[in-house]
Structures are given as C-alpha cells and as structure tokens.
Design a protein around this ligand. Structure first.
Ligand code: BES
Ligand code: MN
Ligand code: ZN
Length: 487
C-alpha cells in the first residue's frame, strides 16, 4: 500500500482538495475554531438527529456547501487520547473501504496541539480502514488506492511531532497490512513455500538478506523437532531467516521467531471440525515477523533485526507424528509427544535454539500457541511471558504505545511440574489447567542461553464471526519495541 503522509499548518479544512475529509471532534460542544462551512454542516446534522457529540457517533456528509472535499466524515471522540482518536477514526473510516479514496485529509478539533501519538493512530486507522482482502475474492471491491494522507494542524510548532507520528503510523500499518494479508490467505494459497516466497519478495523489495532452507537442509541443520511436525504433510516445510541491518555489524541483533503453521489440523490428535478453518491463521506469528521487518525497514531503524520463521502444515498421515513418539530437538533434549496438536512449541523450540547462533541482545517469539490463552485474556491483550523483568517492561510499554497491548503472565518453576516424562527429557503437554503457561514453560527449557520473551497471540491475531479476518497484531507492539531499542 505504502501511502505518503503530510502535515499542513496552512489553510482551512474546508478548502483542502481531498477525496474525503475526516473531521474528529473532541468535547461535548462544537469547538470554537472550526471552519464556518463545517460548523454549519455539523450543527445541521445535530439538529436533524443524524449526529451527536457523543463517543461512538459519526456521520457521513456529502457535498457540503463551501467545502471542497466531496465527502466529509465527522466523528466524535471520547477524549483526546490516541486510543479514542483511533477508535473514532476507525468507526467513521469503515465507510471508505472499497471506495478507492486516494487522498484523505484529517483534522482534529477541540483538542490541544496534535501529538505524535494521535498522528500515528490516525495513519494506522486510515491504512487499516482501506485494507480489503481480495486475493481469493476480487469481487469484494476496488483495491485500496490510498496514496496520500494529509493532517491539518493549527500551527507549525506541532508539525514536527505530528509528521513523525504519521510516518511511524504509515510504516506500521504497512507491516500490519502485510501481516493481515498473509494470514488471511487460506492454507492452499499460503503454503510454507508460498509464505517463504512472500518473505523473499519483501526481502528483495527492502534489500534484506534472506536464507530459505528446504526439508533436506532443515534435516542437515538438525531441527529434529520441527521436522517431526512437518513429517505428516506432503507440503514441503520451509525454515526462513531474514536479516535487517540498520546498525554496525558489532551491534548484537534482536531476533523475532514466528510460528508458521500454515494449517493446523491437530495432526493425529485431530481437532474437532467446528471452526477448524480458522487454523489457517496459525501462521499469524510468522506473518507478524514479516510485517515487523517490513515496518522496521521502512523506518530505517538503527538496529539489527533478524526474523526466523518455521513454516509447515500440521496434518495427519501415514508418516505423521504419533502420540507417544519421542523426538530429539536441535538442543539435544528429547521430547515425548503426548499430543500432536501441541505442535507450535515443537517447531518453536528448534527455532529458539537456532537463534542462539546470532548471540542476540534479546529474542521474542510470537505464536498463536494455545486456546488456553484465549480463555485467559480474550481478544484484547496478547499473553506475554518473560523471566526478564526489564524485557517484560519494554514489551508492556511498547504494547501500550502502539495501542496493541499485552499482559504479563507468570513463569514460576512450579508450573514446569506437568511437563515431566518417563520416556524423554520432557513431555510436550502438561495438564489442561494453566495451558498457556505450561506451553511457555516448555519453551523456557530451550532459552537458558537467551534473553527471551514469548507472546501468545492466539486471542489477538484474528477475529472470528462475521468480521472473520486477521488483525495484523502484534506488528505494532513489535515495531515499537524494536524502535525503543534503536540507537
Ligand atoms: N494453534 C493451536 C492454538 C489455538 C487454538 C489458537 C485455538 C487459537 C484458537 C495450537 O497448536 C493448539 O492446538 N494448542 C492446543 C494445545 C493443547 C493440545 C495442549 C490447544 O490449545 O488446545
Ligand atoms: Mn495445534
Ligand atoms: Zn497450532
């Protein structure tokens, strides 16, 4: 998508030459400084009962007298915070999806000087609003054409922070959109090989180094646990490593590890049929790694960042992993597979061990790992696990700043109890209780040499129901975290 952004302190909103003008109103009375033609139109809408200055309310006005933009969307914000601004913008901008808007102008009225956080939220909301999944449904509407976002500010003094916020938001939403698009594609349109090809496409566009390993090479690398999951599928697996260089070679990199299960049937421990289609989203972690590399490259952040993706299907077959099988991971530790549906941890443990070779400053893995995390935190916050207080605090802060929040979960050694096995160093599942934590405890056994955190995005990576689709989370959180580490 990749739209341009600009801040202008010149001229009135009514005279801006855009396809659509979004007017965000803060407060419960009409702001004093509002342009006369716009104030008149909003007052008329309020009088007619089409609009009210109450959070959640918005109205679509066409051909307003004295206003150049042919469409004016007016929305009321709960307050001037970035979260409220984004919510109001998202509500009103839902209307422009598929309309082919090329130039969108935005003004916030009734608040103090525009902040970088507000500007970022607006760019995000605009990019998220125009995204339309068309790959296997071109009839859904016109492809997004958004080319320019103009933010009108009151004075030059605020223009700098606003401009930086817009740029950050535009880059992040580019990454979010890429992650959404990849995750939305069905399993037969996003096989491990296709996912690797998309990673390659991004790498070429952004000048990143990329390595893609096939089944034979994965075997040679010794990723035995990953391969054990891949064994059941005829679709060849891929192990992808992408390198973004934004700092000196001597600077220790950050590593993001993504779960890339392009379809999770459960394997021999087959899942029930209801909603099994949603397991095409089980590569949401991998998609967020690719999306974050996209955003970070666009922003030319001064960090070194490596993305590692383990991609395979999890299917039952005559060759598939069976309950009771014992496999050997790259770390040398053996694993008794008691449930083949707990496959995410089996591919991640090898990817985490692989990450040791980069001597990273920190490693974060991202995975749609457990249904238990959905039960614990729902769709609002991702689960965050780390034994490192400083790293946990960084991720928490990044989530808040990005409006892509997470919540820290415990990792007490007592939770490890359930992973004991009579036949291997560990089992791949514990009891049902605290399932998101046992999964994290399993991964913890492979991170003794790392500064590590784990994000369980099972509840946040996609939405079910009528609005079924990928969210692109946690690209915002991850990008903010990486930026917070930039030199
Ligand atoms: N991909 C699933 C987790 C999942 C389930 C995400 C539902 C979102 C919604 C994962 O591979 C899985 O199947 N986990 C099992 C683990 C269990 C067997 C210990 C689960 O959560 O049921
Ligand atoms: Mn599973
Ligand atoms: Zn899974």
């Amino acid at each position: 998508m990749d739209f341009r952004t600009q801040v202008t302190a010149a001229g009135a909103a009514s005279r801006v030459n855009a396809d659509a003008l979004l007017l965000l109103l803060v407060g419960d009375s009409l702001p004093a400084g509002l342009d006369e033609p716009l104030a008149a139109a909003v007052n008329e809408a309020i009088a007619a009962g089409d609009f009210a200055l109450k959070p959640g309310k918005w109205v679509n006005l066409r051909q307003v007298a004295g206003v150049k933009a042919p469409r004016v969307l007016v929305a009321a914000c709960r307050d001037a915070g970035a979260k409220s601004v984004k919510a109001a913008a998202a509500a009103a901008l839902g209307l422009i999806k598929g309309l082919g808007v090329e130039h969108l102008a935005v003004q916030i009225s009734g608040a103090d000087a525009v902040t970088g956080a507000q500007a970022e939220a607006l760019a995000s909301a605009a990019g998220e609003a125009v995204y339309l999944y068309r790959t296997t449904k071109p009839s859904a509407g016109e492809a997004p054409k958004l080319d320019k976002l103009t933010l009108l500010v009151a004075d030059k003094a605020t223009a700098k922070a606003a401009g930086e916020g817009l740029k950050r938001g535009a880059a992040i939403v580019d990454g979010v959109t890429l992650a959404r698009e990849l995750a939305n594609r069905p399993g037969n349109h996003c096989t491990p090989a296709m996912l690797a090809a998309e990673a390659r496409k991004l790498a070429h566009a952004e000048g990143l180094k990329i390595e893609v390993f096939d089944r034979k090479e994965i075997e040679a690398l010794g990723l035995g646990s990953f391969l054990a999951v891949a064994r059941g599928s005829d679709e060849p697996p891929r192990f992808v490593v992408m390198h973004y260089r934004g700092a000196a070679k001597s600077v220790a990199p950050l590593v993001l590890v993504g779960k890339g299960i392009t379809f999770d049937s459960g394997g021999i421990s087959l899942k029930p049929g209801a909603e099994m289609d949603e397991m095409k989203f089980d590569m949401g972690g991998a998609a967020s790694v690719i999306g974050t590399l996209c955003a970070v490259s666009r922003l030319k952040a001064e960090v070194n960042l490596i993305g590692v993706i383990a991609a395979t299907e999890n299917l039952p077959s005559g060759k598939a992993l069976k309950p009771g099988d014992v496999i050997t991971s790259l770390s040398g530790q053996t694993i008794e597979v008691l449930n083949t549906d707990a496959e995410g941890r089996l591919i991640l443990c090898d990817a985490l061990t692989y990450a040791e070779r980069f001597e990273p400053a920190a490693v974060v893995d991202i995975a749609t790992l457990t249904g238990a995390c959905v039960v614990a935190l729902g769709a609002v916050r991702s689960g965050m696990f780390s034994a490192d207080d400083a790293l946990a605090a960084e991720l928490m802060a990044a989530g808040e700043a990005a409006l892509d929040p997470c919540w820290r979960m415990p990792l007490d050694d007592d939770y490890d109890e359930g992973l004991k096995s009579n036949f291997a160093d560990m089992a791949n599942i514990g009891g049902r209780a605290g399932g998101a934590i046992t999964a994290a405890m399993f991964l913890k056994r492979f991170t003794k040499k790392l500064r590590w955190a784990h994000l369980d995005i099972a509840g946040t990576a996609w939405k079910g129901g009528a609005a079924k689709g990928a969210t692109g989370r946690p690209v915002g959180l991850l990008t903010h975290w990486v930026l917070s580490r930039a030199g």
